[in-house]
Design a protein around this ligand. Sequence first.
Ligand code: ZN
Length: 297
Amino acid sequence: MRPPFIGIIGGSGMEDKEIFHSNTKTHRIETPYGNPSDVVLTGKIGGIKAAFLPRHGTKHQLAPSKIPYKANIWALRSLGVQFIIGTCIVGSLKKKIEPGSFVVLDQFVNLTHGRDHECIEKDGSFLHLPMGEPYCAVTRDLVIQGLKETNRRVQRKGTVVVIQGPRFSTKAESRFFMRQKWDVVNMTQYPECLFARELGVCYAAFASVTDYDVGTEQTMSMDPSDLSKVLKVFHKNTEKTIKALQNMVTGAGKLTCGCAASRIREYYNQSDNKLYAKRRKANEVISRERCRSRCNV
Ligand SMILES: [Zn+2]
């Protein structure tokens, strides 16, 4: 059994970084949802094939609300990717989550607005997506293993509150997030995580903590006087992120998964060549499974 083909969606700082060891190819992909953020690169890391797409484009030209999230997932999927690892930058909402550390996300809270996040196709078909555990557990484990060698503190679980951006939080907003006991704040995890599941791709993300959010009243926040310190952490963590991603790809081995995304993938794979041909069928089965698990029968 060959290792799985891993896709990487690189967040801020990763746009122009070299993560492949050899055989880099460029793919310009059109999707039913428009163009992805930029060209997709494929290449080898430790002899294993992987794909890379910069979330904001290679020149960081796309604001968080303008990113074509669904096209990005589709583009990677069209190359044969079944597992995606996303990287992102976050602010910490807790004193114990220090700048320079990493958080492997396991829950999100969506506070964005006006983004295209509908899972309804032109023909009216849709999925009632299970979202209790929005991230794939198997891919999260791979991420946790890959982060071990960074010699950085790694929090294995964390709730990210996703804000609209591109501005940062006010102190009042930030204090509100802290009172909810959420861990970190970011602008791009939604709807990326949602669309990965909808398209049947296992997805996990890890967050690089560059600073404390403004309501924490800690030093190292997005204050002009702290900017040079924050940037230093940002650049150092980007180097660590590249190494960690390389560890994840080479450590992938045989990945098998039974998460909700993998079940949706199975149903899609049963159709001949039209992804949505069995969409309603998938919906019925997912609803039935959810009912069964809730009713415990
Ligand atoms: Zn999975």
